[in-house]
Design a protein around this ligand. Structure first.
Ligand code: ZN
Length: 222
């Protein structure tokens, strides 16, 4: 009798940066936690906002939810590092631990940047130099796939940081502490009027989500 093991369901951890309760919980989010490479960092930060006051944590949360719906519809098991936008944390080291515990095939952190008003574009950060095998070629392939997903959707690469949409970082705790392929997407600059306008509409956030999902699916070979 022939038996076969069903293929393991792919797991993607989506990590929307920051949280809506952070701003009123300074003591909790300023507490230092391990950040990798022998360093520590504050548990979490408040993030940035558009000039009109639309906060990054809300943008990140909505884009992650939208991305999760697309991936779930493709049969992927989606795990979020936070399920609400009015709570505190989790700390950056806890976020990495969630990806590790889920044995994620890909971990995608979702952020937006706050740079000079004239700067624009997305960039994707990855851990460098890598601290384990997953942070090497797999994380680079994930970062490349996310860059392609965003570029193919018409988003411009950052003109103020990184190179061709990629940014090698040794200081991002979530990436340093990941034992799974992980990358952090900075979707654009919330202080740039054009990008802020797109980020502030549901339609704009859906476009970011579709681009992130496309890159993630490409990385997974789907
Ligand atoms: Zn952020």
């Amino acid at each position: 009798m022939h038996t076969s093991t069903p293929p393991r369901q792919a797991v993607v951890v989506l990590d929307p940066g920051h949280n809506g309760g952070n701003a009123s919980a300074a003591a909790a989010i300023n507490r230092h936690v391990p950040a990798g490479r022998g360093r520590t960092k504050p548990c979490n930060t408040t993030g940035t906002s558009t000039d009109a006051g639309y906060p990054e944590h809300a943008f990140n949360f909505d884009v992650a939810q939208r991305t999760g719906r697309i991936l779930s519809a493709e049969g992927i098991r989606v795990v979020f590092t936070r399920d609400a936008d009015d709570e505190v944390g989790p700390c950056v080291d806890e976020r990495a631990a969630i990806g590790n515990a889920a044995e994620a095939d890909a971990v995608v952190s979702i952020h937006a940047d706050g740079a000079a008003a004239g700067a624009r574009g997305f960039h994707v950060a990855y851990s460098a130099p890598p601290l384990n095998t997953a942070q090497g070629q797999p994380a680079r392939r994930l970062a490349d796939a996310l860059v392609s997903g965003l570029a193919d959707a018409g988003f411009p690469v950052a003109d103020y940081i990184g190179a061709a949409g990629l940014s090698a970082r040794d200081d991002l705790a979530g990436l340093n502490l990941s034992e799974r392929p992980a990358a952090l997407v900075e979707c654009g600059n919330m202080r740039n009027a054009t990008e802020a306008a797109a980020m502030s509409t549901p339609e704009g956030r859906q476009r970011y989500a579709e681009a992130i999902a496309a890159g993630t699916l490409d990385f997974l070979g789907r």
